[in-house]
Write a protein of this length. Structure first.
Ligand code: XMP
Length: 618
């Protein structure tokens, strides 16, 4: 790539940025997972942010109050690395480059970037060198989070070095007159202690934003937009019982009145215990409108007969959803132009690049199948929440008066319990692993491997690897969690670690994995265990403290009995997650209760963070 060093004077410091409260920030995505984090932080600070690819046509950004160039996994030296259009820098907008974005600013405005010999990763102490608007109100030293290989060796002309660390001389640079800044570290992550203050300073001091945007203030505008888009038409909405489609439904009903809205809830048979009844009664109580339950359990279970491979299960479920929706949409009643389709699509679902997970394929898939694409082209799809993040959707739901019980439900994957009911095609036993056993023994536990392969994250791709089982020691998170990390870091053939809760010690040679497929009986057993776990979380006031608590059924035990794995996690958006450390006495009592359910023999606790393990096992 040739560095573009267009004349800096084309950036007009007295240009449109002086207009206060133009209100919108553009976050330019260079790949990786950080752009949604930045956009969410900016919105939390009260400024509306939207994401564009870094190569966006600069003309589309003329009305924005400022631009953030996000980090990304590429090196500016790679031929194929994402690049902005040169005209971006001639817009005269306040700009903040983060990590890769910082290096792009340096290169495009005539500075010098050098390849790093090593990768700097982790916390560093930032020392402020000169005063400036970005670090206003901050102490001379700050803890920041670094993750980079290349670095800026010389800022462009006119830029000052604002701050440095021991390892990185140009950790922050800025041109106060142009209001263009670059940070080598990541202000959007919690490990940068004053990152929010830096972003607030950029938005308030450099972009002159009013910082008064709030999702709930948009409700009136959304209702108006729904009325305009719908005109005289009626709306059909697919409801999952989750927060997004529930809030979308409530908005559409509020805008058009219940008589013009119909909701269809597809019962796949893989819902939680009594879930369909609870959703029906919750919606009846809210008097929102007509809710039709489409019972498709036989269809889903029928197609999954004898299937054991996780990816095949997911593909079959995805296709069954598509077929059911297609069948409903093909109904003569809805086929006419008098109807449009409403969907609870939210912002991350609409952004194709950066941070889009393989896990979301099914969801994205059934929001964008062929028939729905046709409706989109005809202007017959209504997606009132497509600009919002999940926490903002909850705020909108609260301001519509929806009950917390509906809004604060844990996320539940589209394929439901089908991906939490593990299957196996052959009889297999525990696999001794002397390397893992030796590491575990140092921490006071026994360990072996199970050939149950679950999904993990390695770099940007998903992996399937074996399960490590720890037993024979005390349940003590302070020892177990570092041990889990040490094992998955050192041994790449395992990506998930569990600790035995009940019984706490086992004789692995007497336990086996047995062939198992999806059957109504196994799903029913999982529903019973899942119900007991949800009741425990709600009863102990823990439900709102965890992001999600998948309960997983494993065909592993003595004889026909199965094992239940608990997977409580703490997370912000599901992209990364930490093990939730539930109080041990209550946990052991719960494990005891679960192990006394007929058909369940043992209970284990998943002690793996994401990464290296995904939240769901399949
Ligand atoms: P993973 O397992 O990738 O999950 O760590 C992250 C979040 O996504 C949810 N998830 C899904 N949601 N359809 C969905 O609607 C799916 O196929 C799906 N797979 C995973 C998961 O429950 C967690 O909240």
């Amino acid at each position: 790539m040739e560095a573009w060093s267009g004349p800096v004077s084309e950036c007009d410091p007295n240009g449109p940025v002086t207009l206060r409260n133009m209100g919108r920030i553009a976050v330019l995505d260079s790949g990786g997972q950080y752009c949604h984090l930045i956009a969410r932080k900016v919105r939390e600070l009260g400024v509306y942010a939207e994401i564009f690819p870094v190569g966006v046509d600069p003309d589309l950004l003329r009305e924005h109050a400022g631009i953030v160039l996000s980090g990304g996994p590429s090196s500016v030296f790679d031929e194929a690395s994402p690049q902005p259009q040169a005209g971006l820098f001639a817009l005269g907008k306040p700009m903040l480059g983060i990590c890769y974005g910082h290096q792009l600013i340096a290169r495009y405005l005539g500075g010098r970037v050098e390849r790093g010999d090593t990768h700097e990763f982790g916390s560093a102490t930032l020392q402020l060198r000169v005063d400036g608007v970005l670090f206003e109100g901050m102490l001379p030293e700050q803890q920041v989070w670094m993750s980079h290989g290349d670095h800026v060796a010389r800022p462009p002309d006119g830029f000052a070095i604002l701050a440095g660390t021991d390892e990185c001389e140009v950790a922050a640079m800025g041109h106060e007159a142009l209001r263009v800044y670059g940070l080598q570290f990541h202000p959007e992550v919690v490990h940068t202690h004053n990152g929010s203050t830096m972003l607030r300073n950029f938005l308030g001091n450099a972009c002159d934003c009013a910082m008064d945007w709030q999702p709930q203030n948009r409700v009136q505008g959304l209702l108006q937009k729904i009325k305009e888009s719908a005109g005289d038409r009626r709306v059909l909405l697919f409801l999952s019982g989750g927060v997004d489609s529930t809030v979308a439904y409530a908005l559409v009903v509020r805008a058009l009145g219940p008589e013009r809205v119909e909701a269809v809830y597809v019962d796949t048979g893989f819902m939680r215990d009594r879930e369909t009844d609870e959703i029906e009664s919750a919606f009846r109580d809210l008097e929102l409108g007509k809710l039709r339950v489409f019972r498709a359990a036989d269809l889903f279970m029928g197609r999954l007969q004898g299937v054991t491979d996780p990816e095949t299960k997911r593909a079959i479920i995805g296709q069954a959803f598509v077929d059911v929706q297609d069948q409903i949409l093909g109904d003569d009643r809805y086929a006419s132009q008098d109807w449009m389709l409403g969907q609870g699509t939210i912002y991350p679902d609409t952004i194709e690049s950066g941070g889009t997970q393989a896990a979301d394929v099914i969801k994205t898939h059934h929001n964008r199948v062929e028939r729905i694409q046709e409706l989109l082209v005809q202007g017959r799809v209504l997606e009132p929440l497509s600009e919002f993040y999940k926490d903002e959707v909850r705020e909108i739901g609260r301001s519509l008066g929806l009950p917390a019980r509906l809004l604060d439900r844990h996320p539940f994957p589209g394929p439901g319990l089908a991906i939490r009911c593990l299957c196996a095609s052959a009889t297999e036993g525990a696999v001794p692993d002397s390397g893992i056993a030796a590491v575990a023994e140092q921490a006071g536990y026994s360990a072996f491997l199970l050939p149950i392969r679950s999904v993990g994250v390695q770099g940007d791709s998903r992996s399937y690897a074996q399960l490590t089982v720890l037993h024979g020691g005390e349940i003590d998170f302070a020892r177990l969690l570092p041990l889990s990390t040490a094992i998955t870091n050192e041994f790449r053939h395992t990506n998930r670690v569990v600790a035995c809760l009940a019984p706490q010690e086992i004789e692995p040679r007497q336990w086996g994995i047995r062939p198992a497929t999806l059957t109504p009986e196994r799903v029913r057993l999982l529903q019973t265990a899942d119900r007991a776990v949800t009741d425990y979380l709600r009863g102990e006031g823990l439900y709102d403290q965890v992001w999600q608590c998948p309960v997983v059924l494993l065909p592993w035990g003595q004889g026909d009995a199965e094992t239940v794995a608990l997977r409580p996690v703490v997370s912000v958006d599901g992209m990364t997650a930490s093990v939730a450390e539930l109080p041990i006495p209550g946990l052991l009592a719960l494990a005891h209760r679960l192990a006394s359910i007929e058909g369940i023999h043992a209970v284990v606790y998943d002690i793996s963070h994401k990464p290296p393990s995904t939240i769901e096992w399949e």
